[in-house]
Design a protein around this ligand. Sequence first.
Ligand code: P53
Length: 484
Amino acid sequence: MTKKLEFPSNFLWGGATAASQIEGAYNVDGKSLSAIEMIPFIELKDRKDLSQTRKLTTQDLLDSIENKKGLHYPKRFGIDFYHKYKEDIALFKEAGMKVFRMSVAWTRIFPNGDETEPNRKGLEFYKNVFEECKKQGLEIMVTINHFDMPFSIIQKYGGWKNRQVIDMYFKYSKTLIDEFHSYVRYWLPFNEINLGVLFSAMGLEGNNEEKSLAERLAGTYQDLHNQFVAQAKFIEYSKKFSNTKVGCMVADTTTYAIDCNPVNVLENQRKEQMKKFFYYDVMTKGEYPSYSKRYFKENGINIVKEKTDDELLKNNTVEFLSFSYYMSSTIAKEEVELTEGNLMKMGKNPFLVATEWGWQIDPIGLRYCLNQLWDRYHLPLFISENGMGVLETLNENNTVDDDYRIEYLSRHFEQMSEAIKDGVNLFGYTMWTPIDVVSAGSNEMSKRYGLIFVDYDDYHRGTGNRFKKKSFTWFQNFMKTSEV
Ligand code: P53
């Protein structure tokens, strides 16, 4: 039985990607390496233990520059979008998409971060991509920094802790908006700004030395503060352009108390505060919320600010909220049983099923989240990522019968349409992903999210050819009929 969903006619439907997961061409036209391109592929003996991919020392990172161990670094190869962007953008258009969310690689524009002039070849590449989108009538949303800081900034300056990095980021982001404001309406300064904790744990962002958890936590919040300041500086500058809009991007996970025990309900509220609302609060209200002050005090976290920071944050807040939504989790004061295979700790929910990587599928949790954010912030909302990673192979007809993905998307679209009926101002959605890409978390090519299959395996072996999955045709039809 099909069902017709209601969405505004100008709703921005589209797909999202990130430079380090699609571009490849890591050493072409002046590009340098970013930190995330230094993580080798590690064969997952057991997807239930992703900690295998998480242990990087400084030496590992340095060895990877010359690839002394002959390892494979998937994010250096992506899906070769650098050379195939025309074909890919045409496919997104063919699917019926109206917006393409992509990121710019900092390492193509200021390869070491501290150059005074941008790399023209890098700017040229993005200009060509934007021209192509324009030709196909696709609106563009750009993530300025999607997990891929130039490695040399970490090596030479110690990463975000160093306030000089704020200036380097500003120079980079200013260059982008100066060059591309006529092409790009929507700007996201940072991808999933709340995942800094995760990346510190991976040994990236300059936090890879042996440090106590408390020290690392304090470092993470200092990094974050400097990112908030950098974002505010960008927002301040962007006001010069009347046609651009700047939003934030948070990795959102709906959480539920494991039961109605008030102790657990309170614990869930506290987790929601520090793991999600804190980020939206700072970026929409321009000040640190009261609950965070207690948290910092109790955890010995002392953020070093400059005199002008508070005012800068206050005067430069975001115009819309965007977030990724993949799953939900349960919370209890004591330990809860966890889903397996996840990078982050996810409490099991007996009412939900999880993907092979432990990501619990919960469309209703998306409607819940949309209502929460709208009620709390009254700012336009945009779902900048949502999708399902699955192990897939081409069948004899050179396609993938991904009915589970059709089901996943349908149920999420249904709840989005319900949220809109609830009165939520949701103006767009970019699925992760229109096309298979290298996984951010596990570096696998075989964790596939796309409507389009890409013939590469985990070692970048294959033709690289693109094939439409069943979900591609389904999505194309949904764009015409709104039927799920
Ligand atoms: P992968 C964890 C939890 C939620 C979102 O992730 C996450 C992560 C990081 O793994 O990241 C976002 O590829 C991110 C994308 C990423 C996508 O989710 O690990 O913005 O770059 O690819 C899916 O399965």
